[in-house]
Design a protein around this ligand. Structure first.
Ligand code: FES
Length: 119
C-alpha cells in the first residue's frame, strides 16, 4: 500500500496548505510552516527518520544550499533550522540528505555517472 504522505501526524506542525519546493531538480509539495528537514521527511518518510540527523543544529549532516527563486541569492543553511518556503529550491545537499533521498531519484548536479544509456 503506497499511502501518499497526506496524513500528517504529530511530527508536522499544523499547516493549511502545501507549498512547492524543488529539491535537486525535482518538484515536491510539502507542508508549509515546517522546517525543511521535516519536509524532506514528508517526501521520504521511510528513509529520513533513519538518517544520522541530530535535528538539533549540531551534527551539520543536514546542510543545504538553497535559494528562493531565480533572482535570489544562493545561501547555505541547516535544514533542521530552516523554515520551508514556497518556491524554495534546494540546489545542493549534504551527503547524508542525498543518501536519505536516494529513492526519489533526484538529479544531483555532480552525479551524472549513471543513466546516460538505460535505466
Ligand atoms: S540535523 Fe543535525 S544539524 Fe541539522
Amino acid at each position: 500500500m503506497s499511502t501518499p504522505p497526506g496524513v500528517p501526524g504529530p511530527l508536522y506542525k499544523p499547516f493549511e496548505k502545501l507549498v512547492k519546493i524543488n529539491v535537486l531538480g525535482k518538484d515536491f509539495e510539502v507542508p508549509e510552516g515546517n522546517i525543511l528537514l521535516r519536509a524532506f521527511q514528508y517526501i521520504a518518510p521511510e528513509t529520513i527518520p533513519y538518517g544520522r540527523f541530530c535535528w538539533n543544529e549540531e551534527c551539520q549532516y543536514c546542510r543545504v544550499h538553497f535559494d528562493l527563486g531565480p533572482d535570489s541569492p544562493n545561501r547555505v543553511a541547516l535544514s533542521c533550522k530552516l523554515m520551508v518556503q514556497d518556491g524554495m529550491r534546494v540546489t545542493e545537499a549534504a551527503q547524508e540528505i542525498r543518501y536519505c533521498l536516494r529513492t526519489l531519484k533526484l538529479n544531483p548536479p555532480e552525479a551524472k555517472a549513471e543513466g546516460s544509456g538505460g535505466n
